[in-house]
Design a protein around this ligand. Structure first.
Ligand SMILES: [Zn+2]
Length: 157
């Protein structure tokens, strides 16, 4: 026994060990070394702060972490959480925009989308093929041109 009680106490205080776990769980860290956390709680602290940074946008919260490694981990968590939140916001915005567009003009929009989707683009009559289109007055009705170059009259199919 070479160390006195006083020396031991001083050492513990200087090293910040044997206090409440830094993660905020309130548990006492009983190790006598430099550990500021209960086992595994350092990662938990970084994760919690990372999510908080993503939520609040306050990067200065990272300064609460005692090591560069934990700050880096928290930043990764924050960036991932931000990316996830952004992706979710984008999806919701896209869904809302789609819904709004549909609510404004559902039928017209649908018909415009289908305009180019002809079941056939030309039809063979005898030896020749003729261009096919939808009847402008009746989108369900197909017509073919009486001339192969499309310059003639349109006839219902
Ligand atoms: Zn803890």
């Amino acid at each position: 026994m070479t160390k006195t009680q006083t020396t031991a106490s001083k050492t513990i205080t200087d090293r910040n060990g044997s206090g409440n776990c830094l993660c905020g769980c309130g548990e006492l860290v009983l190790t006598m070394g430099r550990s500021l956390y209960k086992p595994g709680h350092d990662a938990r602290h970084a994760g919690n702060l990372g999510r908080l940074v993503a939520e609040t946008g306050d990067d200065s919260l990272l300064a609460q972490l005692p090591t560069p490694a934990l700050r880096a981990k928290a930043e990764t968590v924050a960036n991932n959480a931000r990316a996830k939140a952004q992706a979710k916001a984008d999806r919701e915005a896209a869904r809302a925009a789609k819904k709004a567009a549909k609510a404004e003009a559902p039928q017209v929009a649908d018909d415009d989308d289908d305009e180019d989707l002809l079941p056939i683009s030309e039809i063979k009559v005898g030896r020749w093929t003729y261009p096919v289109r939808r009847d402008p007055a009746d989108r369900e009705q197909l017509q073919r041109n009486e001339r192969r170059d499309g310059s003639g009259n349109w006839i219902a199919l």
